[in-house]
Design a protein around this ligand. Structure first.
Ligand SMILES: [Zn+2]
Length: 380
């Protein structure tokens, strides 16, 4: 499938009812309300008793399981999955082909408690992506029961990553990152992992044309407590998707589109088997992610010989995510880049009007006043 067609489909099937970073369960429930009962079910409940919904589509022999918002504050892939379902329900020839070959199971929101409070972890403060072996949490039990019964041929593990990840040299934002998780300590490559790598290479071929040098490869350190590593260890080809930052796109609407494109391309590849024509070794040529970005950097302040890094903290206020600026660090930040940069050379940097105050705190205001760069902090 050509990039032009992928971009066209992505524009066509964006669900305009969903926008921004905050998606609680009610939004998902509104979306699935009209689906026939044969196409949806409740798999179980979260810690606080919220339902975990499953959707199923297609009648092909290839079984694909996708889940999003295992981390409650990672909603970009949920939006993309909703758009993808819209595409599947359409009259497009590609959707019909895909649905004739694939049976899908989707969990749009595995962690509804975390989604509500906009937290990564669940209501017991457990990271579900470190609970794959112990299965101590109700959400983990629900998930394990599903993959044990469904026996997927492929798994798509859908996440967001923070703005601090970059890729390449000079670094660009890692807008989309992938991982074919390891299945053992030695990070060996077996048939299942090769399949995951081929799928990633297949998606990357298109993404590179749309966002050149903004696709990263996630660190493949092995941890069997992670869901992806566990599934790969069971011999199920598993791909981790990480929706990241695109310049200026804090609502992650552009990234959402790119994830949708990746979902359409990869499932097209699965249904036509064209992904098998790729060389899995190309996977290793995708540059690794690195932590090299801050949201904002003020460069070359006087006297302190300092650059100042600001990170936005995503904060849920009145059912919306606000991006609250925090002073993250001071020092020589030559090795880092800012998604936004400002040169304050020639200006003296003062924090709360003092010269030697250094702390991590919320920023109230920054003003450039003559020869001074004044940063007003809220004391923690
Ligand atoms: Zn995550």
């Amino acid at each position: 499938m050509e990039e032009e067609r992928l971009l066209d489909l992505a524009a066509q099937y964006k669900n305009e009812s969903f926008f921004g970073r905050y998606i609680p369960l009610e939004e998902v429930e509104k979306f699935i309300a009209d689906f026939p009962s044969t196409q949806k079910s409740v798999l179980g409940e979260s810690v606080l008793g919220l339902p975990i919904h499953q959707l199923n589509f297609g009648e092909g022999s290839i079984k694909v399981l996708m889940w999003s918002q295992m981390h409650g504050n990672e909603t970009t892939t949920t939006k993309a999955l909703i758009d993808f379902i819209g595409f599947l329900q359409s009259d497009s020839a590609e959707a019909k082909e895909i649905l004739s070959k694939i049976s899908f199971r989707f969990i749009l929101m595995l962690n509804p408690d975390g989604a509500k409070k906009y937290t990564r972890k669940n209501a017991n403060d457990v990271d579900l992506n470190r609970d794959a072996q112990r299965c101590s949490q109700p959400e983990s039990k629900v998930f394990k029961k599903l993959y044990t019964e469904f026996q997927p041929d492929y798994c798509f593990n859908l996440h967001d990553q923070r703005t601090l990840f970059g890729v390449g040299e000079p670094a660009k934002p890692a807008t989309v990152s992938f991982l074919a998780p390891a299945f053992n300590e030695d990070r060996d490559v077996d048939e299942s992992r090769i399949t995951a790598m081929q799928l990633i290479v297949y998606m990357n071929m298109s993404l590179q044309k749309i966002i050149p040098n903004q696709v990263g490869r996630y660190d493949d350190g092995f941890n069997l407590n992670c869901v992806g590593d566990t599934l790969q260890n069971l011999g199920i080809p598993t791909v981790l998707f990480e929706a990241g930052h695109f310049k200026g796109d804090y609502n992650r609407e552009e990234t959402r589109k790119l994830i949708l494109i990746a979902l359409i391309k990869s499932t097209w590849g699965l249904s036509t088997k064209t992904y098998k024509n790729t060389d899995y070794q190309e996977y290793f040529k995708i540059p690794e992610n690195k932590k090299c970005f801050y949201d904002v950097i003020l460069r070359n302040a006087e006297k302190r010989d300092a650059d100042l890094a600001i990170q936005y903290k995503e904060t849920l206020i009145d059912n919306k995510i606000s991006f609250v600026p925090f002073l993250e660090t001071l020092g020589n930040l030559e090795a880092y880049m800012g998604h936004q940069e400002m040169d304050v050379s020639g200006k003296k940097l003062l924090l709360n009007r003092q010269e030697n105050l250094s702390e991590i705190a919320e920023i109230q205001e920054i003003s450039l006043d003559g020869k001074e760069c004044l940063v007003n902090l809220t004391k923690a």
